[in-house]
Design a protein around this ligand. Structure first.
Ligand code: ZN
Length: 230
């Protein structure tokens, strides 16, 4: 059956049926003409409410988010922050402004004239980029740092294996995100600043303290028996 603009909506239909028909019409006319690449919410020749609903939800990268949140080892407060970050729920300035809360918009970490957003903090910001790069170098990884989605995607694949180095990498990522958030809060609300060196040392120390409970990490920790270079 064609999904034309003139589709007949029976007057006696319930509210929800009328909405469903209207949604079909919207997809068939507005959405498809505006977004040519949009996937049709049709399965086996039939219109699918489930697919249509999924298409209307915000899209997150298809990575194993659960792996990053439920890693062995992360400190609970780090887990909480990474969960918020993975769901783009950190209270960054761009989100605060949407709620009508007025704060200084510039990034307090790199002090650039840029509206602080999730995308900026991770890892467009020179400050957080510097920290994550130092941590990666510490574990012997020299790679260009991407933006949030590419870093999460890269890590999501790594942490699936549960090898000690990968679990440690996941721990360090969650710790980095946590410390960047805390440092941002301290800069913004308490006017307190830590040096790069002390923040990176905190992350390294936390890894070694938590690592005492993980026998499989011992060999890796032995090789990380020095502070990261800043
Ligand atoms: Zn910044």
């Amino acid at each position: 059956m064609g999904l034309g603009r003139d589709m007949f909506i029976p007057k006696q239909s319930s509210w929800i049926v009328r909405k469903i028909i209207a949604t079909r019409e919207w997809f068939s006319t507005v959405a498809i003409s505006v977004i040519p690449t949009l996937q049709l919410p049709i399965k086996e020749g039939k219109y699918s409410i489930k697919i249509a609903y999924g298409m209307m939800l915000p899209q997150y990268p298809k990575v194993n988010l659960k792996s990053l949140v439920i890693l062995q080892g992360p400190i609970p407060r780090h887990q909480f922050i990474i969960w918020l970050a993975l769901h783009q729920r950190l209270s960054t300035v761009d989100r605060l402004r949407k709620w009508g809360i007025q704060v200084q918009t510039d990034c307090v970490l790199c002090e650039n004239v840029v509206i602080e957003s999730h995308e900026h903090l991770f890892f467009d910001c020179g400050y957080s980029q510097h920290i994550w790069a130092a941590i990666l170098q510490w574990v012997g990884l020299n790679r260009d740092i991407g933006y949030w989605h590419s870093e999460v995607e890269w890590l999501g694949k790594k942490v699936r294996s549960k090898r000690p180095w990968n679990v440690i990498l996941g721990f360090l990522f969650t710790a980095t995100v946590y410390h960047v958030c805390m440092e941002r809060n301290n800069h913004r609300f308490n006017k307190q600043k830590k040096t790069f060196e002390s923040l990176i040392r905190d992350i390294a120390l936390q890894l070694h303290i938590v690592g005492q409970k993980h026998v499989r990490w011992a060999l890796c920790l032995h090789r990380l028996n020095r502070f990261p270079r800043v």
